[in-house]
Design a binder for this molecule. Sequence first.
Ligand SMILES: *Cc1c(COP(=O)(O)O)cnc(C)c1O
Length: 377
Amino acid sequence: MAHIFLASPHMSAEGYEQEFIKEAFDTNWIAPLGKNVNEFEKELASYVGAKDAAALSSGSAAIHLALKAAGVKEGDKVFCQDLTFSATANPILYEKAVPVFIDSDKETWNMSPEALKRAFEKYPEVKAVLPVHLYGMPANMEQIMDICKEYGVIVIEDAAESLGSYYHGQHTGTFGDYGVFSFNGNKIITTSGGGMLVCNLEEEKARERIAKTRFWATQAREPARHYEHKEIGYNYRMSNIVAGIGRGQLKVLEERVEQKRHIFAYYQEHLGDLPGLSFMPMHEKERANCWLSVIQLREDGPVRPLDIMIALEKGDIESRPVWKPMHLQPVFARYDYIDNGDVGAKLFRRGVCLPSDTKMTDEDLARICGIIRGLWR
Ligand SMILES: *Cc1c(COP(=O)(O)O)cnc(C)c1O
């Protein structure tokens, strides 16, 4: 039987990506600029409803430049979601700023507004707040934005996993001042690697900030005939080939969201009755992209997360644990952590990310559910 991936690249059946790449070859635009880059920025901004966008080499680069655009400097505090991938937090350290990790809540698995309030009381001088939409589940943006507005602090949404996810009818990544998307190889759509920074400030400001981002991303080269530099620059721009893949992938994004949601619904229907097993939270007013389908196992239950991962591995099927919280990572252990009952640590201990590859058939899903159900017998 064929290997089943957790989530792998899924190019369009129509070959859209190849057409855009071919055009780049035919016109010799094999560079970190060109028509595909410009169009991909416009198309993504229009899809999510952002004012402007910059196509970059990765989601991590987008977070880094968002922090710079927010004016985060050495020694500044940044409130960062604790339960996430390290790529959310690393760029804070690139700028020598100081992360304060904020625990999650049970309702969304994302930044707890309650813990965020306590963090503001402790560190009112904070520069920026970085919530995440984990596994495509929207964070509680209504309350998070209310609190951040009260304190007048810049919000950068890490929407790397939530392209196609809406909160109260509005696309994730468009509530805060900045939003970040990733097209890494295992994300819902991929360009092999890449990212996008969107800005949601009013029109003119957004254009100015995104222009500045593009400037930093192309080595901060001043407008002069020779190479003149007043600021530190980066080589963070997306290539025109990669952007071509992105334009093609964007055409099948809605289809991929439907497939991901079908996978989640299938697991719910076929595993929902197992004692001690529960699913990541879904809310009425939201459309989650279900990037990964994630379950939780009761700690005193008959089956542990590792049992599932090992049983699936024997069937040549990939699964993985929930993200390990940042405050438990050796590299971040010395930074402050605002706890909300250790929700994130519990989700980590009890969680399994089930195979969520959009190329799976219902037969594949039946095989996975069969293996998991077997552990309860
Ligand atoms: C993938 C991911 C990133 C980083 O994106 P890259 O494009 O891989 O640099 C950031 N945050 C989260 C939550 C992610 O899942």
